[in-house]
Design a binder for this molecule. Structure first.
Ligand code: SAM
Length: 270
């Protein structure tokens, strides 16, 4: 009999398999209205944070980029013109419904160069040293095994490549924390109105509260093997961008080289 350590699903402790199923249900149920809810809950600020993440990524013409937990494609869409036709963006996500919305949205916008891969962050189907940079936008909280996912990202990054984690974090000021906490109590009702589902947004609030704070996440990245780890607080620490690097010298950015997939779905191959 195997014993699996329970993991957090919001305030609950559940088995890893149960968390994966519950997180999948959450995103399945909100996929169609996910983008609208993001705008409402963040008052549009997530768009600015995503642009900042792209700026900090160091991606440029020819870069090969992995947008992990890419969902409906906000970051992938911003990366595409930066890496150009000689580069490549792979949007990887565990959820079929989120990928479907992202794929349709990007195709409607004429961005055919983004490739899609349905995979769990904990077992990436890419060869070692494949990507110049990886982003995880508001995804890490939902992962079943965050440490394993960080080790996987390190493996698929090229030496010198950077991981950027854009995630909810801990407000730095008690007054702001109280005000933000009050605003968050509205999210389940807003979720009910917009998506017909309040439970998913209750989970969202809980998952933010149990997520590691800025310093703890920095340590997790260092434990996974990232170097030069730093973080930048946004909106008083309600959100933070963590950046860490895989040690070694960066080779020139190119979508050629040894970038090979290990059997990802949807025809994606960086
Ligand atoms: N990055 C997008 C953004 O910033 O708008 C989407 C973020 S959404 C809050 C979180 C995404 O993480 C969902 O699309 C979900 O399917 C994905 N996800 C959750 N657990 C995952 C896992 N273990 N591996 C890969 N993706 C996962």
């Amino acid at each position: 009999m195997s014993f699996e350590r329970p993991v957090s699903f919001g305030y609950k402790r559940v088995s890893p398999a149960e968390k994966q199923r519950l997180v999948s249900d959450v995103f399945e149920s909100v996929a169609e209205r996910y983008d609208l809810m993001n705008d409402l809950m963040s008052l549009g600020t997530h768009r600015l944070f995503k642009r900042m993440t792209i700026e900090m990524s160091g991606a440029r013409e020819g870069s090969v980029v992995l947008d992990l937990a890419g969902g409906t494609g906000d970051l992938a869409r911003l990366f595409a013109p930066v890496v150009g036709n000689s580069g490549c963006v792979v949007l990887a996500d565990i959820n079929t419904a989120m990928i479907k919305v992202g794929r349709e949205r990007l195709l409607n916008q004429g961005q055919a160069q983004v490739r899609f891969c349905e995979t769990s962050a904990e077992a990436l189907p890419f060869a070692n040293d494949s990507f110049n940079c990886t982003t995880i936008g508001f995804g890490l909280r939902n992962f079943t095994d965050k440490n394993l996912a960080l080790v996987e990202v390190l493996r698929v990054l090229r030496p010198g490549g950077a991981l950027l984690i854009l995630e909810f974090s801990k407000p730095t000021n008690a007054l702001l924390e109280a005000a933000y906490g009050a605003f968050q109590t509205l999210w389940p009702s807003m979720g009910k109105l917009v998506t017909g589902n309040s439970e998913s947004y209750r989970y969202l609030v809980e998952s933010i509260r149990v997520h590691p704070n800025q310093k703890a996440l920095k340590l997790m990245m260092e434990d996974a093997g990232f170097i030069n780890v730093e973080y930048h607080n946004l909106l008083g620490g309600t959100v933070a961008i963590h950046r860490g690097v895989k040690s070694g010298a960066m080779r020139p950015a190119t979508s050629q080289g040894n970038t090979t997939a290990r059997g990802e779905n949807n025809g994606a191959s960086p």
